[in-house]
Design a protein around this ligand. Sequence first.
Ligand SMILES: [Zn+2]
Length: 691
Amino acid sequence: MTKSPLRLPALAALALCATALTPLGAAALDAPTASEVSTTLAPKYGDWGFDATGQDRSAAPGADFYRFANGTWQDKEVIPDDKTRYGNFDLLTALSEARTRVLIEDAAAGHSSDPDAVKVGAAYRAFMDQARIDSLDAAPLKSDLDAIRNERSLSDVARVMGGSNANFQSAIFEVGIQTDEKAPTRYAVYLGTDGMGLPDRDYYLQPQYADKKAAYQAYIETQLAQVGWTDPKAAAQAVIDLEGKIAEASWSRAQERDALKTYNPMTIEALSAMAPGFDFKTFLDAAGVGDAPRVVVTTDTAFAPIAKIFAATPLETLKAWQAFHLIDGASPYLSDRFVQARFAFRGKTMGGQPEIQPRWKRGVGFANGALGEAVGRMYVAQYFTPQAKAQMDALVGNLKAALAARIQRVAWMSPATKAKAEHKLSMLTVKIGYPAKWRDYSALSLTDDDLYGNAERSSAFEWKRDLKRKDGPVDKLEWGMTPQTVNAYYNSTNNEIVFPAAILQPPFFDPNADPAINYGGIGGVIGHEMTHGFDDQGRHSDGDGALREWWTKADGRKFDARAKRLGAQYSGFEVLPGIHVKGDQTMGENIADLGGILLALDAYHASLHGKPAPVIDGLTGDQRVFLGWAQVWRTKVRDDRAKDLAVSDVHSPARFRVNGPLHNVDAWYKAFGVKPGDPLYVPPEKRVRIW
Ligand SMILES: [Zn+2]
């Protein structure tokens, strides 16, 4: 139920990309200057790019390589009170946040007449005006709450739900406009199921999450009581019962990953006939897409049961459900009591986070969300150099050559499929740093005195843009992440890999570091994203990004058998006592991690042009590549958050993103002398080899 201003289909991100606004406000500190930010927050990684002081050399590499590479860091590092997770991604995110704060506060001080900067300034000033926000209290909710209170029929409910892309309302079915996966030059209207306020269906269905479910029910009651809803206790019970039924009918995350089974085109009439009980025509009319000749239904078999649940639910319960989700979604933009209530549940209880982020961080987050590319344009002007782009171009070229050579070498694939795989790789698009064409924000209107309205207008602006381009050609220049985001992604419908400017920094990428560290860091990241084009789902789309079977049946079966063995390995990894990695849910990411490190190593070897790798501080080139990979995954996570991620994240926990791929890599055994009997040891015939 979290709304993202950027909707991209089929997008496989490197790491978590959700930066949910976490409520509450401490007083804004004096902002540091740009140079203070860079000197105090930019991390340092030894003399040649690896922080050896963070290692635990008493740990055997073959027992726990993550510990060997990162153990001392892991023991000493303290997760900041306003975070649920901390590591190298988060350190760089904090750096980006501090840098964009300087830019945004400068805009808010009125130092620029650039129209985008004026808007960024207004977005931030409105967010920071705590006194006004507190004095308005629940008043901004009034018209949206009235829309719910005035509903007289199930069709009225469907109509209000249909408008939810452009405001704070919520819906039990989601509608979006995305690139058509089978015809990637045009857009299609996509439909999925929604309706749960907890992070995953497991929270409703598995006994180990019962305490969180109880806390959620109390939170629903609190929020409904805050707006004077009738009998909030009974309403909260009814809402959680409704969501429990939706959870039972919903697909699992692993099922939702299935690229083939989630593509079910049909007319709106056929959809209505398939899932009676919910007024899809009214819902889609309200969304602005009721004239679509066809829609693509993703989790199709969940539609009929959820429509039936909807039809059997009393109107008053549906209204309570809508009211609660309206309040929950809007709380970060309301007065302190709403902010605090939301943080107490979503931050503290769900994430184990002791303190809310200071208000300025939330304000920076809001400006980045509403005007991401406007802030991004300011960011790259100051923090991204053409040299970085040129070096990345060269690295990507080397990684691409490594993958082409691997496709040639794999013994299990037929020449016919190989030729098509090579063709797909040759068609790969690479985007580095920032978009060639920036977003136009001229139609977005923001004011200093209306935070709630700004947030709603920002949603409406995004949705109107989607509606407007629905019938036109797909804009292939668009980006799914802002340049100031520390992440990367593969987008299957564009067959493209994308690296925002902010990830092109140490420890991922450092022009002054030992090349082996860069290959283990950003090289592994590039290899990871490229491999997504050939993972268990990415392999189903072709060089043009179209979902189309280009594999021979026999090759497909061989691939699946290998992937299945990898999944079984990961399902054996324990995150917390009794909670295991879900091998099927994390399959694509695990395949990409394994491919990533192998390609990085190959590309590093090729870069030596036959010369032996230098030895640095007693470490061989291969050892440094593996340490570089391990270093980027340095991460600490609070237990509550780890529990959440185990069921809701498609990535494995950091420790297994290191140990999981490496214990399938022959060169790693050789580099560190890992022998039979070592805990991570896997006999050569049982190591999983895909690419
Ligand atoms: Zn990935």
